[in-house]
Unconditional design. Sequence first.
Length: 437
Amino acid sequence: MSGGLRSWGRFPNVPQRPHSCSWRDEVAAELHKVVSAQGDTLAFGNGRSYGDSCLAASDHVLHMRTLNRFIEVDWEQGVVRAEAGVTLAEVLSLAVPEGWFLSVTPGTQFATLGGAIANDVHGKNHHLRGTFGNHVLRFGLLRHGEELLTCSPSENSELYAATIGGLGLTGVIVWAEIRLIPIRSSQIDCAELRFGNLAEFFALSAELDRHHEYSVAWIDCVAKGGQSGRGVFFVGDHARYGSLQVHERPKLRVPVIPPVSMVNKLSLRVFNDVYWRAHSPRRAHKRVSYEPFFYPLDRILHWNRIYGRKGFQQYQCVIPDAMAETATAELLRAISDSGKGSFLAVLKRCGDIASPGLLSFPLPGTSLALDFPQTSDLKQLFAHLDVIVRQAGGRLYPAKDAHMSGSDFRNAYPEWERVEALRDPTLMSRLWKRVTE
Ligand SMILES: Cc1cc2nc3c(=O)[nH]c(=O)nc-3n(C[C@H](O)[C@H](O)[C@H](O)COP(=O)(O)OP(=O)(O)OC[C@H]3O[C@@H](n4cnc5c(N)ncnc54)[C@H](O)[C@@H]3O)c2cc1C
């Protein structure tokens, strides 16, 4: 099968055959049909996970994007109920003009509600609002051969907890109800300033995070020695006045998949240096629409194609506070010594708000995320990084993963057995098979 759906990193490159339905009351029959023919399946949102967490063990998925209707909205309370295939972009186009915004958003607005719950995604305000799951009021969950169940903190609460961050394994989310936050403007007041090394990042984060709703840093993964960990710090807040208009910007597109990656040692060094120098060490303030602030990459459709036919992997880990500075320094040293990496390297301090989900990724500490073009020797570098993360008591993010060992997963996510006990036996992903067998 050369067509079919793939994960965002296109690695592993295993096309998924989609099965879909048009109406909520058809999901049970479709699930039964696929399971009877293939043995197992998995819900697939919009394929914005990078590795193999959204790939079914059978390579036959239930494609949920066709369930994309709003069911009920309450603009007094800021509560939206919608089908699970609705994207975050669709929620925003409806909610922003009414003065509401997503409580938590990842760096892409093309994730679906179902996918955002199943990976319990986090964003630039984790330090203040926790994860997406912290704002999910309830959802409808369909398990093979059962009636649609409503799950909330008070109804089917065990399934509610196991499904938030549950990697799509506890049932198919058919609809979800989420709480939004009020805004007065669709614009973001932001500030950016560059920093010279990792110690400066931690100092800025300690100083600025508590004063701003959003905070994140880009990091130069090529820089070495005294400049290791240099980068650009971004903070932002919803503007207090201005219009609530949604400015849809024209999208660019990477039209074809080049045979080899356009990201290489030379392009990486040049880009990172120019980007870092383009920012001032003094704080520069500006007001921008929410799209470029939250979703700069969404502007370029199919940007994942720049990595060529072999695709790419993202390495995202979180290191607990006590070890964050030393372990992050070690990780960056190992990465710059390897000469690998990409333009996309992100550092973010996560806060201590606990998620209701059993397998949620963030913990109080620092998250580092980097993309790497797929090459045959990448596994040596990842093995080295894994040792650093393991020894620091950190963990990897399943939504981005295609390599983590079973023992690393099981040690880092001790609640996995509770999720396994509640897994719908007809649902199985390539990731879950890899890390639990
Ligand atoms: C540019 C970019 C930036 C990103 N930034 C962030 C970030 O800042 N923070 C972050 O946390 N993540 C981030 N991500 C990852 C992305 O937000 C998550 O992987 C998200 O879960 C993708 O949603 P999706 O709808 O595409 O789901 P998919 O990738 O298709 O699936 C993800 C998981 O959800 C399950 N699933 C999907 N729909 C359902 C359903 N209806 N019922 C049950 N299970 C379901 C699947 O089985 C799978 O396990 C980013 C991704 C990209 C491409």
